[in-house]
Ligand binder design. Structure first.
Ligand code: DGY
Length: 428
C-alpha cells in the first residue's frame, strides 16, 4: 500500500457499499447471482463485519437466520427467502417442506462464536445484551442437536454428512469418502454456478453428481435427522468443524455466565470440554497437524488442509499441540505469497484455483488469526490481517484468492470478504 490511510478509507467505504448492496432486508446474500439466498455461516461471519457499522443490523442478520431453525434444533445451511432462478439446487430439489423453504443440512456452527464477539465488543450494551440473551437457548438447542444427530455414539466429535456442511465443499479431505457415494438414479440437472464463475474455480461435475445423490438420499428419508447419520455413506469428522463447534460452545458458556443463564452455561461448558478432549483423536503425526477422520471407513484421512489448523481456535492456551500448529502455519507461509492456502501446496493434489483445494479465504484466515492471537501470537495474527487488506486493495472483494499470485477468484463483490475487511481494519 503506497498510502495506507487512503487505502484504508477506500477499503472501508467499498466494504460498506458491498454489504449494503447485498442486503435484501434483514439478511445479506453472499453475492448476487451465484448465491442469491441466506447462507448460515456467511450470515454469522457477515455479522462480525456489520457489527463495526451497525450493531442493530448485525443482530438482525443472526435473528433472521435463527428464525428458520428447525424444531429439532438444526439451523439449516440455506434459507430460501425468495425465488431465484440463478441458483441450483433450489428449494424444489431439497423438498424440506418448511413454510419458508430451507435446505436440509447444516453448516459450520460459527453462531456462538460470532455472537460472543458482538456481545463483548458492544458499543450499545443495553440494546445488544438482551437480544443476545434471547438467542442463547437457540444456540444451545443447535449444539444439543449436533450432539444427538451427529454424534450418536457420544464420541465427543460430530460428523458432517455432506461436503456442503463443511463449508469447504470440495476440500481434498473429502475425496476418498465422496468417491464411495454412488451416482445412480440422480437424473439430469443443470448447474448454475458455472454460468457465474469459471468452471476451473468450482467443484467438478463428478463431485456435483455425488452431492446430489446425498441430497436425494436424505430427502427420501424425509429429512428425519435422527436417521441420516447411520444412513449416509458419507460420514466424516472434520477437525475444523469440530474446533468451531467446541469454540462456539466455550463462547456460549461465557455468554450464558455473563447473562445469568447458568443451566445453559453448564451444559455448554461440558460440551466444550468433551470436544476439546476428543479433538486429540484427530491428531496426525505424519502430517504434523490435525486431520479429518472418515467415520464410515474408520481411518484418519491423509490430507493436510486448513481444517486441520483451525483447532488453534479451540485448544486451551499452553496446549502441547499449539507450537506444532504454529510451525505448520509458518511452513505454509513460506510456501506461498499470500497466507493461508486452504491446502498444503506441497501436496500434488493442491490446486491454486479450485475453490477449497488451494485458494485462500479471508474468513478462514480470520479464524486462524483468532487462534494465533488466542495463543499469544499477536504479530502473526496481525500479519494475516494486513496481508488480507493488501490483497483486497489490489485484487478486489473476491470470494477467494490464488495464494501464489493473489488474483481474486470465484464470486465478486463478496459479502463475507467485505465483512472480514471491516474486521481486519480493526485488527491490523
Ligand atoms: C454452493 O452451492 O456452492 C454452496 O457452497 C453449497 O452450499
Amino acid at each position: 500500500m503506497t498510502n495506507p490511510a487512503l487505502d484504508e478509507d477506500r477499503l472501508r467505504t467499498e466494504a460498506r457499499a458491498i454489504l449494503r448492496e447485498n442486503d435484501l432486508g434483514g439478511y445479506t446474500i453472499p453475492t448476487k447471482g451465484l448465491y442469491p439466498f441466506q447462507w448460515n455461516w456467511d450470515s454469522c461471519l457477515v455479522a462480525l463485519g456489520l457489527a463495526h457499522v451497525d450493531e442493530d443490523r448485525a443482530l438482525t442478520e443472526i435473528e433472521t437466520l435463527v428464525a428458520h431453525q428447525w424444531p429439532d434444533g438444526m439451523v439449516p445451511h440455506i434459507v430460501f427467502h425468495a425465488d431465484h432462478e440463478t441458483y441450483f439446487p433450489g428449494p424444489d430439489v431439497w423438498g424440506t417442506a418448511r413454510a419458508t423453504p430451507t435446505s436440509g443440512i447444516t453448516q459450520p456452527p460459527v453462531l456462538g462464536y460470532a455472537l460472543r464477539r458482538l456481545l463483548d465488543g458492544a458499543r450499545d450494551g443495553a440494546m445488544v445484551a438482551p437480544r443476545v440473551a434471547a438467542l442463547l437457548p437457540k444456540v444451545a438447542a443447535w449444539h444439543r442437536w449436533f450432539a444427538n444427530a451427529r454424534d450418536p455414539e457420544a464420541t465427543g466429535l460430530v460428523a458432517i454428512l455432506h461436503p456442503w456442511e463443511s463449508g469447504r465443499d470440495n476440500a481434498i479431505d473429502w475425496d476418498d469418502a465422496l468417491a464411495r457415494v454412488p451416482t445412480d438414479g440422480i437424473g439430469s440437472y443443470v448447474r448454475r454456478d458455472t454460468t457465474h464463475v469459471d468452471a476451473a474455480q468450482r467443484p467438478t461435475k463428478e463431485e456435483y453428481d455425488r452431492y446430489l445423490w446425498l441430497v436425494q438420499r436424505f430427502r427420501r428419508l424425509g429429512w428425519n435427522q435422527a436417521a441420516l447419520h447411520d444412513a449416509s455413506p458419507f460420514r466424516v469428522v472434520d477437525p475444523g468443524f469440530n474446533a468451531i463447534l467446541t469454540r462456539s460452545a466455550e463462547d456460549l458458556a461465557a455468554m450464558a455466565r455473563a447473562l445469568d443463564a447458568p443451566e445453559i452455561a453448564a451444559e455448554a461448558e461440558s460440551q466444550a470440554a468433551r470436544g476439546r478432549a476428543a479433538l486429540d483423536g484427530l491428531w496426525h503425526d505424519g502430517l504434523g497437524q490435525y486431520a479429518a477422520y472418515d467415520r464410515a471407513a474408520g481411518a484418519l484421512v491423509e490430507s493436510a488442509s486448513i481444517g486441520g489448523l483451525l483447532p488453534l481456535m479451540a485448544l486451551e492456551p499452553g496446549h502441547p499441540r499449539v507450537d506444532a500448529l504454529v510451525a505448520r502455519l509458518a511452513g505454509l507461509r513460506a510456501a506461498v505469497s499470500h497466507p493461508v492456502p486452504s491446502h498444503d501446496p506441497a501436496d500434488p493434489r493442491f490446486d491454486r484455483l479450485r475453490y477449497w483445494r488451494g485458494p485462500l479465504w479471508l474468513i478462514a484466515n480470520r479464524l486462524v488469526a483468532d487462534g494465533l492471537a488466542r495463543h499469544g501470537r499477536a504479530e502473526a495474527a496481525a500479519e494475516i490481517a494486513r496481508d488480507g487488506l493488501a490483497l483486497v486493495a489490489r485484487s478486489g472483494f473476491g470470494e477467494y484468492f490464488d495464494p501464489l499470485d493473489g488474483r481474486a477468484l470465484g464470486g465478486k463483490r463478496f459479502s463475507w470478504t467485505a465483512a472480514m475487511v471491516l474486521d481486519f481494519l480493526e485488527m491490523a
